[in-house]
Design a protein around this ligand. Structure first.
Ligand code: NDP
Length: 312
């Protein structure tokens, strides 16, 4: 029997009171004209949530696409992220992102990683890069800096009205506990954007964030580049049984779990597919939950500057 698909228009509430559309368009690895075209296509298709980052190198194109889409700015939820080399200057970095995007405010500004990379090692002054030391290692700065200092600066940003909410990304439960317990902390992050998919279901982190009022956002929801999770036999079987595409199955599983999900695509048909959801039966939902129990968990995004702590 065919499942009944519908376009997701659901919004969830942040701890600021703002509404965030549950399904947003990811833009990592969306370059140049592809980034522009995918954002225009998504907004014309009904997406109202776009996720970018300073380090993606596409804020210019994303901002231009938002303008050209004709969709009023206030109807779109825009997220961008503070890069690791700018942890000591989030106010300046935010101004730079706003300039590239051509926007007056960001809806959500995230600390991209809980790690500062020493900007003294960047080449040609390009802070939007991943610096390397002469020995090939990353200049992770743990002597002079930590993410609590970064957060103390970030929590001031909403007062400027240049950003409506601030949050974090790639934070473990321990990272969040440290941040929340720090004496200078005055603001609970609005969101924690983390890798999350059937092979990395993050159940404990989701429960912890829920208990603290922090919205979870799932990145790499399809398993990242080339969407490997859409080839999982269990996913293919459920898609066939319900007469839908594998993408519908995985996005619907995420949506049913009640957090934000950020599939990336530069392909107009896939962009459409990824916002369509249906209600999975208890049996199908459980079968997807069981994938990681049977195969073991797998993390796809683990750059060499990540502290082990970030993954606990
Ligand atoms: P996704 O899990 O969204 O997968 C993207 C890949 O799947 C692309 O290769 C895409 O190709 C393909 N794809 C998308 N939809 C379909 C479909 N329906 N059928 C078949 N293939 C499909 O990976 P990402 O790692 O990009 O994660 C999503 C977003 O999360 C990012 O774009 C970014 O915004 C955010 N992110 C944040 C991180 C962080 O550190 N905070 C880290 C990583 C991601 P194509 O484009 O050709 O369709």
């Amino acid at each position: 029997m065919s499942a009944i698909l519908h376009y997701s228009t659901k919004t969830l509430s942040l701890n600021t009171g703002a509404k965030i559309p549950q399904v947003g368009l990811g833009t990592w690895q969306s370059k140049d004209n592809d980034a522009y075209k995918s954002v225009v296509a998504a907004l014309k298709d009904g997406y109202r949530h776009i996720d970018t980052a300073a380090i993606y190198g596409n804020e210019d194109q994303v901002g231009q696409a938002i303008k050209d889409s004709g969709v009023p700015r206030e109807e779109i939820f825009v997220t961008t992220k503070l890069w690791c080399t700018q942890h000591h200057e989030p106010a300046k970095a935010l101004d730079q992102s706003l300039k590239r995007l051509g926007l007056e405010y960001i809806d959500l500004y995230l600390m991209h990683w809980p790690v500062r990379l020493d900007p003294n090692y960047v080449k040609d002054g390009n802070v939007l890069s991943v610096p390397t030391k002469a020995d090939g290692s990353r200049p992770v700065d743990i002597t002079n800096w930590n993410f609590i200092k970064t957060w103390e600066l970030m929590q001031e940003l909403p007062k400027t009205n240049k950003v409506k909410a601030v949050g974090v990304s790639n934070f473990s439960i321990n990272n969040l506990k440290d941040l929340l317990a720090s004496p200078g902390n005055q603001l609970t992050p609005a969101a924690n954007q983390v890798e999350l998919h059937p092979l990395l279901p993050q159940n404990e982190l989701i429960d912890f964030c829920k208990s603290k009022g922090i919205m979870v956002e799932a990145y790499s929801p399809l398993g990242s580049t080339n969407a490997p999770l859409l080839k999982e036999p269990v996913v293919l079987e459920i898609a066939k049984k319900n007469n839908v595409q594998p993408g519908h199955v995985v996005i619907s599983w995420h949506a049913q779990r009640g957090y934000v999900v950020l599939p990336k695509s530069v392909n107009p048909d896939r962009i459409k597919t990824n916002r369509k959801v249906f209600t999975l039966s208890d049996e199908d939902f459980e079968a997807i939950n069981n994938i990681s129990k049977e195969k073991g968990e797998k993390r796809v995004v683990h750059p060499d500057w990540s502290p082990f702590e970030a993954f606990k």
